[in-house]
Design a protein. Structure first.
Length: 158
């Protein structure tokens, strides 16, 4: 014959098992992929802004700049497809502190040098990011990083 359990007994057992506290207070720490993804999105937004500002200041930029800008817009679109709004939690921060986009220098060669440095920094960030995320996200970030490294090389030639 089964002995009926009171609600108090059931709740005490669940609390002891940690089940009630787990249900009552959701973990607001985002998965590593979310924080890394937000950092990559921020970096792409900054790169796009820098290329647009540089193009408006220097009309005679090499074709590689227009191609890089097109690639960064595609990267941003792809990264945004992987982010679900609201999944960042209150503690989600970019994996690398993404500074505000720099202002391009008035001298063309200095502006191109800034673009090269920024591309190299972004590529280095993606290389670091691939170790902190799941394999699928790692592949995407590795591809973006390789493309950014290619942009830096192309800017060195033009």
């Amino acid at each position: 014959m089964a002995v009926p359990l009171s609600r108090r007994s059931v709740l005490a057992g669940l609390t002891t098992a940690g089940l009630v506290s787990a249900c009552a207070a959701p973990d607001l720490t985002p998965e590593p992929d979310v924080a890394v993804l937000l950092g990559a999105i921020s970096d792409e937004e900054n790169l796009i802004s820098l290329y647009e500002k540089t193009a408006s200041l220097h009309a005679d930029l090499p074709e590689s700049c227009a191609l890089a800008l097109k690639d960064h817009r595609a990267h941003l679109e792809t990264l945004r497809k992987h982010y679900l709004p609201g999944t960042g939690g209150v503690t989600a921060t970019p994996s690398v502190a993404s500074a505000s986009p720099a202002e391009p220098p008035a001298e063309r060669s200095a502006a191109l040098a800034l673009l090269r440095r920024t591309e190299r920094a972004a590529a280095a960030s993606r290389l670091k990011d691939v170790t902190a995320v799941a394999p699928g996200m790692s592949q995407l970030l590795a591809s973006i990083g390789a493309c950014e490294s290619g942009h830096a090389t192309a800017l060195s030639l033009g």
